[in-house]
Design a binder for this molecule. Structure first.
Ligand code: FES
Ligand SMILES: [Fe+2]
Length: 451
């Protein structure tokens, strides 16, 4: 069981909170590139780790992420004019560039030297893989940005679904690393089938098992941890296990197993203590990876249908997340309408905003000890320690998905563990990952076994 103090250490990210300070030492996704697509387009409000920021693309196409409030009298720069390579405050006309340099002070006398003395808060940015990334930590600790795993080459197709979720980041992350829930919550859209491994089509994910109680084998790693979830398969149940392996890459990334068409990563970016930007990302070959619109439709995260223009879901606690009990009476497991693997994840979290609130009665500490999430949170190795010791996420990202399995594999001898077979994920050099469709997951796992 976690103490309240440990729980807060894990979950809280605002101000001087240790977890927030750890997050600041990693490159964080501030927004999607598409949100600031146009030079001199509308600035947008960004909130990260409890800090209010403004993002904009200037005339030359550079993206800036600045303190939202003007350095003069704290008017919001989201309301300002984006023109001629700077953001001009509406109040007195001060103008800042993407690096926080004050270019003009319209309200000051021409002879004033103040323009040389004021510098607005601006964070380093980098644009890649569909995101504007920002570094919010100390300058002397800034890690070099390296391409994320979901963009191994510039040609790799990447599609991103983004949703703002009204609860703490760790609370969502635990869902991403909780294999067991997928067999119940997602049983309608991850349909059991007589197949050799996880497969996808344009409406459903298929899995070769009906087992709702996976046995988990966990391995701590330099970058976080990974585990194998073993299930009884529908076919060859006497001789095989259905093995799904996943990675937790500290501090906010999860890679769940790929299917026969594409890979998947999830980024949980803390907006503040009670809100999270949830990104569900697919990547792979052009021919088999969904495009952005198809991906969002598949997930039930389309702007204008499921989300507003700022990625906030229309489903809410007030409308019971559009729960359709008529459909449920017909045997549907998920409370939302339609069928997609993550519809109930980003769109209908029936959770309290913060697991640290003493009145919620819900906390990671209440989880059964068999869940990977509980092992992650539980002392002696709570997440904060894992994160502190881990390589920066930008480097850890290059742990490829080549060791992720989602297939039927020959059963290990009684008592045998899959964990030793999960070694060597530690390639830290960017490398091109071949498509899951290029080779079977069991081939990849066997390759690992033989290394
Ligand atoms: S408050 Fe922005 S210029 Fe005065
Ligand atoms: Fe889920």
């Amino acid at each position: 069981m976690l103490t309240q103090q440990e729980n807060e250490l894990l979950c809280l990210v605002e101000g001087d909170a240790p977890m927030g300070q750890i997050m600041r030492r990693h490159w964080l996704p501030a927004c999607l590139s598409e949100e600031v697509a146009e030079p001199d387009g509308d600035p947008i409000r960004v909130r990260l780790l409890g800090e209010d920021l403004v993002a904009f693309r200037d005339t030359d196409g550079r993206v800036g992420v600045l303190d939202e409030m003007c350095p003069h009298r704290r008017a919001s720069l989201v309301l300002g004019r984006n023109e001629e390579c700077g953001l001009r405050c509406l109040y007195h006309g001060w103008k800042m560039d993407v690096e926080g340099n004050v270019l003009e002070m319209a309200s000051e006398p021409a002879e004033s030297k103040m323009v040389e003395k004021v510098k607005h808060k601006a964070y380093p940015t980098h644009e890649e893989a569909g995101f504007v990334w920002v570094y919010m930590g100390p300058a002397d600790e800034q890690p070099e940005f390296t391409a994320p795993v979901f963009q191994p080459t510039p040609e790799t197709k990447v599609s991103i679904s983004k949703v703002i979720v009204d609860c703490n980041w760790a609370q969502i992350l635990e869902g991403a690393i909780d294999s067991a829930h997928s067999s119940s919550l997602h049983s309608t859209d991850m349909v059991p089938a007589r197949i050799g491994g996880a497969e996808a089509n344009d409406k459903l994910w298929l899995r070769p098992s009906t087992d709702k109680a996976p046995r988990l084998q966990l391995q701590k790693t330099r970058f976080g941890f990974r585990y194998a979830a073993l299930r009884r398969p529908i076919t060859d149940a006497k001789t095989h296990d259905y093995v799904r392996t996943m990675l937790f890459i500290a501090p906010y990334t999860v890679q769940i197993p790929p299917n026969n068409l594409y890979d998947i990563a999830i980024l949980h970016v803390p907006i503040d203590d009670t809100h999270t930007a949830f990104h569900f990302i697919t990547w792979g070959d052009e021919a088999t990876t969904p495009d952005t619109e198809s991906w969002r439709k598949f997930l039930g995260t389309q702007i204008g249908i499921d989300l507003d223009a700022r990625f906030r879901k229309f489903r809410s606690r007030e409308n019971n997340y559009w729960q359709d009990r008529r459909i449920m009476q017909l045997g549907t497991a998920t409370p939302g309408s339609g069928a997609s693997p993550t519809r109930t994840s980003p769109c209908g979290r029936p959770w309290a905003p913060s697991p640290t609130a003493p009145t919620t009665g819900w906390a990671p500490a209440t989880w059964p000890s068999s869940s990977s999430a509980a092992r992650w949170f539980r002392p002696p190795r709570p997440c904060s320690r894992v994160v502190r010791r881990s390589a920066p996420a930008s480097r850890a990202f290059h742990i490829t998905s080549s060791n992720l399995s989602r297939a039927l594999c020959p059963r290990r001898p009684t008592g045998g563990s899959w964990v030793p077979l999960l070694r060597k994920p530690n390639s830290t050099k960017p490398s091109r990952t071949s498509s899951p469709s290029d080779r079977s997951a069991s081939d990849r796992l066997n390759k690992t076994i033989n290394e």
